[in-house]
Each structure stands twice: as structure tokens, then as C-alpha cells.
Ligand binder design. Structure first.
Ligand code: SF4
Length: 405
């Protein structure tokens, strides 16, 4: 096989010929990895949950938070060990540094919602691989040169009668989905090949940001046979592929080739002499042409991914080296002080008293729910308005953007 060992993500990346070609057919040695937040955040959370699950195998009550994670009223405090595990994960996946709070909250949620069936027998971060042997597939080492399909399974539990197994995959995405995806089918199939005595395999997704599990999906022998057919036919298609054109898809957000993606260069052209980037006019007129509309939508997807990556790089540069300007626009970080409406809500009774003492009906400005209202700005009493706004707590925040000059 030309492009084995396959995995569900390798087969998935074949959706875009350009990405697959430069990753697996002719991997470029000079290729620099662009770290993206979604990708690094996902990998960092995986790393942390793996660390925790391994500790829970030995002791399901292993303390990772000083205030128990079960506490509903006090924010759990990570132990030194937990902090170190988070730091290690950030070091491995640096873009996740932007969301350390999300990493910590995923860890706290996992500690609170951990499956109490985790024990010494539980498989954690299992690296499964299979190779062909005659008409069938058998387990092999993950690094076996003959391996055809591989996968890493976050958690694997066997049922007490050893006839069934449950596999759990950790997800950091925001959208909840069912556990019947191609990826879970591949994991169930790999598990069935490595443990051929299993009669059925249940798959489930754990959404780390919410702490919820999806409804389990059961893969019986017929489902697994169908899955095998799908995997082999996808592999056949990739092995015989000759077209390596880009095909924008949901993976663009993780793609490190975005800055050179031909789908992007179809949309814009660069005048190297003048240093200008221009949208190709003839490419954006689509009225009435549905095929072209789809084509433009694909290019916009790549462009948006590129703009997000470029904006982040620009923000980091300006933070370190100071503002930059182009005609008409200044890019800089500006600190601004604004009213903190959240904290204002906490002193609403003081504010209400000020209104009442000045003969103003608080209902008109503070709402029937007694929630503090921004309508205070409308009070027709300059002195009172000034006093109220002096009383309201302030907060300072920094915004990065291009300001008009
Ligand atoms: S940005 Fe999207 S279309 Fe372009 S190479 Fe990457 S995955 Fe393919």
C-alpha cells in the first residue's frame, strides 16, 4: 500500500487532495507547522484527561483539586500536580495557552464527572493497529510496517462477561454529536479485530467542555462488517487517486497549508511590484450560477481560516513590537475603561436608594426583575446621572483592532 498506515483522520484528510498530497504523498520537509487554537486546545485537553484517567485507574478518588470537584458552590482549586499536568500539556501544545481557563475547567469537569467504572482493567489511550493476514485482519504493533489501519482509543471498558466492550472518545468541540461517526466506527472495528471474541461494541463520546456523554451507539457483527467494507473501499479510492486538487471542507480550520492553499490564490491575486493583495473581480460575480456560488463559498471558508490565522499573528506581533499602520488604519492594542455592569448589579440596592432619594421611580430604570439596567444613562437629571455613574464599578480591558486614522 502506498499511503498506509491509515487512520480515520488520514482518511478524513483525503477529502482535500491538496492537503493529503502534501502531507502523505510528497511530504514537504520545509513545511512549518502553524499551531491553531482549536487543534492545540483539543490535544492539550486530551493530554490532561489521559493523565487523570491513568491516575484514576490506580485510585478512582485520586485528588486533583483541593476543593472537591464535586462542590457545586466553590470553584475547585487544582492541586500542584494538576497545575503541573496542565503546564506540561500547554508546553506540548502552545496555542492552548490562550485558553488555560478552558483546560482547567475541562479537568475540573472530568474530575466531577469521571466514570466510576474506571479501574485497573480500563484501557487508557490504547494504541491499536491491525494488518492483513490471509483473508482477515489481526492485531499488530502500532509501528508495524505492515499495519494497515491504526487508532488511539481514549478509554476502553470490557463488560463483566467479556462479551462486550465500550469505547469512549474525548471531544473538545462545542457541537454535540452522536457516537455513530466514521471515526467511532473505525475505533469499534479496530477493537473488534484486536479482540475477536467480542460480540458487540458500544461507542460513546465524552464532551469535555460540557462534561456530558453522548447516547451510546451499539455496533454489532453486521455493523462492523459494513464498517469494514466502508474502510476498505475508502482506502481503495485513496490508493488509486490521481487528482490532488484542494477541496475546502470542515478541516480547513485545522489546516497548516492555508496560507498557500490554491483555493485562496484562486480568489485573490498579489501584485508583487505594488505589494497589493486584490480580490479577483471575475471570480466573485456569481449571481444565478449555483455551481459558482458553491465554489465561492468554499474559497471564503479558506479565506476566513487564513484571516483568523493572520489576525492572530498580527496581534501577537503588535503586542511584542508595537503598533503598525497602513494608510488610513492603525493596528494597536488600546486599553479602555468601561462600566462593569456585572458588578453594578451587585450594588443595585444602593443605586436604587440613590434613585428613590432623588425622587426618580427606580422601576422605570431598573426593570421589574430588579436587574440593574443600562437605561440609567437616560435619566434626565445631570447631577444624579453623574453620581450614579461615579458609583458604578469600572473595569479595564484591552482591545486589538485596526483603528481609523
Ligand atoms: S485550507 Fe482547506 S482546501 Fe486548502 S489545503 Fe487546507 S484543507 Fe485543503
Amino acid at each position: 500500500m502506498k499511503y498506509a498506515p491509515y487512520s480515520s483522520s488520514r482518511l478524513d484528510s483525503a477529502t482535500c487532495g491538496y492537503l493529503f498530497y502534501h502531507t502523505y504523498v510528497e511530504p514537504r520537509v520545509d513545511r512549518k507547522k502553524i499551531r491553531s487554537l482549536p487543534q492545540d486546545r483539543g490535544s492539550a485537553v486530551h493530554e490532561i484527561l489521559e493523565y487523570m484517567a491513568k491516575a484514576y485507574k490506580k485510585d478512582i478518588n485520586h485528588p486533583f483539586f483541593t476543593v472537591p470537584a464535586e462542590s457545586r458552590y466553590t470553584k475547585p482549586k487544582p492541586t500542584e500536580e494538576m497545575q503541573k499536568a496542565i503546564q506540561d500539556a500547554v508546553n506540548l501544545y502552545p496555542a492552548s495557552y490562550q485558553q488555560i481557563d478552558v483546560l482547567e475547567s475541562c479537568a475540573a469537569t472530568f474530575a466531577r464527572r469521571r466514570l466510576d467504572i474506571i479501574d485497573e482493567e480500563t484501557g487508557v489511550e490504547l494504541m491499536l493497529a491491525v494488518k492483513r493476514e490471509g483473508d482477515t485482519f489481526v492485531q499488530c504493533d502500532f509501528d508495524d510496517k505492515e499495519a494497515i489501519m491504526r487508532g488511539k482509543i481514549d478509554l476502553l471498558f470490557f463488560s463483566d462477561d467479556a462479551k462486550g466492550a465500550t469505547i469512549v472518545d474525548h471531544k473538545t468541540q462545542m457541537n454535540i454529536e452522536e457516537a455513530d461517526t466514521f471515526q467511532m466506527g473505525v475505533y469499534a472495528w479496530l477493537t473488534s479485530k484486536c479482540h475477536p471474541w467480542l460480540e458487540e461494541i458500544e461507542s460513546s463520546l465524552y464532551f469535555a467542555q460540557f462534561g456530558v456523554h453522548s447516547e451510546p451507539v451499539v455496533w454489532d457483527k453486521d455493523d462492523l462488517a459494513r464498517m469494514e467494507g466502508e474502510i476498505l473501499s475508502r482506502i481503495d479510492i485513496v490508493e488509486s487517486r490521481t487528482n490532488w486538487d484542494p477541496c475546502p471542507n470542515h478541516n480547513c480550520q485545522y489546516c497548516d497549508l492555508v496560507a498557500e492553499c490554491p483555493a485562496l490564490t484562486n480568489l485573490v491575486e498579489v501584485d508583487k511590484e505594488k505589494g497589493l493583495v486584490m480580490i479577483k473581480d471575475d471570480n466573485v460575480a456569481i449571481l444565478g450560477d449555483t455551481n459558482k456560488a458553491v465554489y465561492i463559498a468554499q474559497m471564503i471558508k479558506v479565506l476566513e481560516t487564513y484571516v483568523n490565522a493572520a489576525r492572530k499573528t498580527l496581534r501577537d506581533h503588535v503586542k511584542e513590537f508595537g503598533p503598525i499602520s497602513i494608510p488610513g488604519t492603525l493596528y494597536e492594542h488600546r486599553a479602555k475603561t468601561e462600566l462593569d455592569w456585572k458588578k453594578a448589579n451587585k450594588i443595585r440596592w444602593d443605586l436604587k436608594k440613590m434613585l428613590v432619594d432623588s425622587g426618580v421611580d427606580p422601576v422605570e430604570y431598573m426593570g421589574f426583575s430588579a436587574t440593574f439596567s443600562k437605561g440609567l444613562a437616560l435619566i434626565d437629571n445631570d447631577k444624579l446621572r453623574k453620581e450614579l455613574f461615579e458609583k458604578i464599578p469600572k473595569k479595564t480591558s484591552t482591545t486589538f483592532k485596526g483603528y481609523k486614522m
